[in-house]
Every structure is written in C-alpha cells, then in structure tokens.
Ligand binder design. Structure first.
Ligand code: 6PG
Length: 244
C-alpha cells in the first residue's frame, strides 16, 4: 500500500476468509520464532472470529501455546465477567479452548483498584515481562500486536483529541470520559514496539474511515502509529469497498 499507510494491505473476500488467513499468518510467525512469543490482543468485535478459529482444528494443533504469552492492548474498566470486557471476550472465544498455561495470560486488572492504579499495575507487568524500564527499538516488546479500527479513527483506546495521544513516557494510561466506561489503554510506544502489527478491519460500516485513512493527510489515531516492525492491514472487501 503506498501513501501514508506504508504498509502491506491484504483484502480478503469476507470476515470468515480473513479470520482463517490471520490464523495462518499468526501460526507461521509463531513457528518461525524460537522461545517466547508475545502477542498483544485487540478488543472489540472484529477479531473474535479469528480468536475462535485459532482455538479450533486445523489451527489448534499447530500453534505453540506453551511458549506464547497473551497481553491486551486496551480494556474496558469493567468486571472480568462483564459483557463489555475484552478479557471475557477473549476467554470465551480462545483462552478457554486452548492449552494455555495460566501464567502466560496477562489481562489488564479492572477489579479492586482505580483506573490509574490499574494502568500503573499493568505497566509494571509489561516492564517485568520485558525485563527493562525503557523500550529498545532493537528488541520489540511484542512479536505480534493486533489492533482494530473505530469508525472515528481510534485504535485500542486511543481516541481522537484525547491527551493520551501525546503520551510517550507512560506505557499504559487510564482514559476517562471518551466512553461511558473508563478505559485502560497501552500508549503508542508499547503498541509500536512490535515485530508485526496488524489491523483487522471488516464490514461496510468501516469503509468510510478506512478510505479516509488510505487517502491520508488526516491525523487520526490509527494513522499516527509508527511500528518498529512490519505493518499489515487485513481488510475485508466490504470495508475496503473493493469490487468482486
Ligand atoms: C475496544 C477496542 C477498540 C476496537 C475498535 C473497533 O476495546 O473496543 O480495542 O479499539 O478495536 O473500537 O471495534 P469493533 O471491532 O467492535 O468494530
């Protein structure tokens, strides 16, 4: 893809085909790397089908679950069993169906503490996993970071016009007021610190925002991401507005 999104673009015919393509892509990356494989998960509804497929045959038996660690790019500040919870969505779609060691699952805390305390607790967890206080461009935090795209151009819980967009020191921040529920989000530096970053975008309702991004020239949160590694857009035809 030329223009501002200097990235690889894959247009898939439909959400089902895209979910299977992303499963193959993820398995290839995980098996091409020795040792720990770190994944940052997206919330929202779009990645759910991919999560479900990864935990099923023919993908389940080909993924290195024992050495993969799972993190979240953002969370709605609600109890873990709440229908809005990104952790719950991933647990139902993936975690409860795959042989994942409990110590490999790193949800964002949302119970028994304030949003700010949750953000700093998760920053500590990321830094202890990473093994350093500062991100080294030569040693990305994640192997794969999955992101979604909101109709307003937000990604993770980085919303247009929000002060968190300018945050380059803190790794995790609470976002209050952008949504009815408080949000906890990784900031740009850790989201960018990944060997592979992939946006998953499906549905006609995303066509306008995707084309605005593709045209470029707008300072939308999703467009401001500057990954240290490779950026890929997995987009279905309905969102891309691509003809058959
Ligand atoms: C969240 C997400 C958010 C999401 C977009 C797209 O917690 O909601 O992290 O950034 O990816 O809002 O959401 P849909 O996939 O539901 O359209």
């Amino acid at each position: 893809m030329t223009g501002p999104l200097k990235a690889k673009l894959e247009i898939l015919s439909d959400p089902e085909t895209m979910a299977r393509r992303v499963a193959e892509w993820m398995i290839e990356l995980a098996n091409a790397k020795d040792g720990t494989f770190a994944v940052c998960l997206s919330g929202g509804s779009t990645p759910q089908l991919f999560y479900e497929h990864l935990a099923e045959s023919p993908y389940l038996g080909r993924f290195p679950w024992e050495r993969t660690h799972w993190f979240w790019g953002d969370e709605r500040f609600v109890p873990r069993n709440d229908a809005l919870s990104n952790y719950r969505m991933v647990r139902v779609a993936l975690l409860s169906h795959a042989p994942i060691p409990a110590t490999n699952i790193h949800p964002i805390p949302t119970e028994g503490l304030s949003p700010d305390a949750a953000a700093s607790a998760y920053e500590d967890e990321l830094k202890s996993f990473y093994g350093a206080e500062r991100l080294d461009p030569a040693r990305p935090l994640f192997d794969v970071n999955l992101l979604g795209l909101g109709s307003d151009g937000h990604t993770a819980s980085l919303f247009p016009g929000n002060a968190v967009l300018a945050e380059r020191d803190k790794w995790v921040s609470a976002v209050i007021g952008a949504k009815p529920e408080a949000r906890i989000t990784l900031t740009y530096p850790p989201l960018e610190s990944s060997r592979q970053v992939a946006f998953l975008v499906t549905g006609e309702q995303k066509r306008t925002i995707f084309n605005r991004l593709a045209r470029g020239g707008e300072n939308l949160p999703a467009a401001r991401l500057r990954p240290t590694g490779m950026l890929t857009w997995f987009v279905d035809r309905a969102a891309a507005g691509a003809k058959k």
